[in-house]
Design a protein around this ligand. Structure first.
Ligand code: LLP
Length: 440
């Protein structure tokens, strides 16, 4: 467990987050419940932005909103002076609902629809990260319609691939994302943007992966990107004004991961900013504006999910299951990626672990297991299970599988709590259903 900041065990032996006792939260909001520590999120945002300003002096931090998306998070980002990365019409719409100024947003996607580009451009999106040659024509046409110019970055594929603890430099050009440097695709895209009527070429983007621990992978990406920027400058007389180096900083899930506090998370940003400054100096390139776009490391450890223990199935001598009132519909990551989590009994946080159990979800699927073989005190029906580090890619990847309603999301801060997303109702589930299909 990575107890830190407001996440702790209080004097009653209950788990506490954001100054709120989780047992009280469950009394008030019931389970299952996503809980997000708002002050943690704000602290990380401030620390990342400060690090960029301190180490590099010229850049900003965007929050990759795919990690956790709802109107309230855009409100927080706006208040913190953050930029955001959006990847769909739905994320753009949500940001607009929250009153987020889209000039501080950039739009990603390998297959942006014309309708999504229209929504983005007509609402003044700051930057579009182009990932296809056809997209350039679409943007040009829409800009004509609104009589505007559009800043764009080109999503590049620098051939640096990182996965958790390992990274490799490859010559692979078969990714569905980005234009490769190696085969000339990136240059072709840049030239097409420059030749277009309404697109303004601002620079390059890359994102080398997610949940990456090794900071050297980011430094390597900076090196490869700035080599290419130098080449553009010298051979093509093309100047790159902006570089966006994506996100991907790994967070703590289980004991096999490093435990970082907010300052240590900033070391990812420091490594990038420092490598970029050094490359600018040593390669003699124009200093580009730096953007980063982390998601997981901003919200991941800010979130916990609270469940109630329901049925307990003890297959004597074989296995004991604790079934909880949630599962793969609110956290698909164990089923999808074999992702590992830690949990405790939030109402008996100081009790001794006595047995090994498997925490099972309630979906009709054997693979709906949230944690396999975890040591816990002997649990009873009604005990509260808290699963940690569920702030990123849980709510945002949730579904209504088995027609389960999505749990609400609450924000906690300084002893107070409130809904960020209200509970779904059964009526929400059937809202768009047609009872008897009328054919014509
Ligand atoms: N920028 C781009 C272009 C991305 O594709 C992503 C994540 C990010 C930024 C943010 O990366 P982060 O800082 O959150 O690692 N569903 C998976 C993660 C997919 C990440 C997709 N792209 C999971 O649950 O682990």
């Amino acid at each position: 467990m990575n107890y830190k900041d407001t996440l702790k065990i209080n004097e009653k032996g209950h788990l506490e987050i954001g100054g709120c006792d989780t047992v009280d939260l469950v009394k008030k909001y019931s389970t299952p419940l996503y809980v997000m520590d708002e002050s943690y999120i704000r602290n990380v945002c401030r620390a990342y932005t400060k690090t960029i300003k301190k180490v590099y002096g010229y850049g900003d931090c965007a929050y990759a909103s795919k990690a956790f998306c709802c109107a309230a998070i855009y409100t927080v980002m706006q208040e913190e002076g953050m930029h955001v990365d959006v990847v769909s019409g739905g994320e753009i719409y949500t940001a607009l609902k929250a009153g987020f100024d889209l000039k501080n947003a950039h739009f990603h996607g390998n297959n942006k629809y014309e309708s999504e580009l229209d929504l983005a451009i007509s609402n003044g999106i700051g930057t579009i990260v182009v990932d296809n040659l056809d997209e350039i024509d679409m943007i040009d046409k829409i800009c004509d319609k609104y009589n505007v110019k559009q800043n764009v970055l080109i999503r590049s594929n620098p051939g640096v691939e990182a996965h958790t603890h390992e990274y490799i430099q490859t010559t692979r050009i078969d990714s569905k994302f980005g234009f490769s440097f190696k085969n000339g695709d990136c240059l072709e895209a840049i030239k097409k943007v420059i030749a277009s009527k309404n697109l303004v070429f601002k620079g390059l983007h890359c994102h080398i992966g997610s949940q990456i621990f090794d900071k050297n992978a980011f430094a390597l990406a900076v090196d490869v990107m700035t080599d290419y920027i130098k080449k553009l400058q010298v051979e093509e007389n093309i100047i790159v004004d902006e570089i966006n180096l994506g996100g991907g900083y790994a967070v703590y899930y289980t004991e096999s991961d490093p435990k970082y506090n907010v300052e240590q998370y900033c070391e990812y940003v420091e490594t990038i900013a420092d490598a970029l400054q050094k490359a600018v100096d040593s390669k003699n390139i124009k200093k580009p504006y730096l953007m980063i776009e982390p998601g997981r490391s901003i919200v991941g450890e800010a979130g916990i999910t609270l469940y109630s223990v329901g049925n307990i199935k003890d297959i004597k001598g074989v296995k004991k299951y604790l079934a909880i009132d949630g599962g793969m519909y609110d956290n698909i990551r164990p089923a999808l990626y074999d992702a590992k989590y830690e949990a405790i009994l939030a109402n008996r946080a100081n009790d001794k672990n006595e047995e090994i159990v498997t925490i099972a979800g309630k979906c009709c699927e054997s693979g709906d297991i949230i944690i396999k073989d975890i040591e816990l005190p002997k649990a009873n029906r009604g005990d509260i299970v808290a699963v940690f580090t569920t702030g990123a890619y849980c709510y945002s990847m949730a579904s209504n599988y088995n027609r389960n309603v999505l749990p609400p999301v609450i924000f906690v801060n300084n002893g107070k709590s409130g809904y960020a997303v209200k509970p779904q109702t059964y009526e929400d589930l059937v809202r768009n259903d047609i009872i008897k299909v009328e054919m014509e």
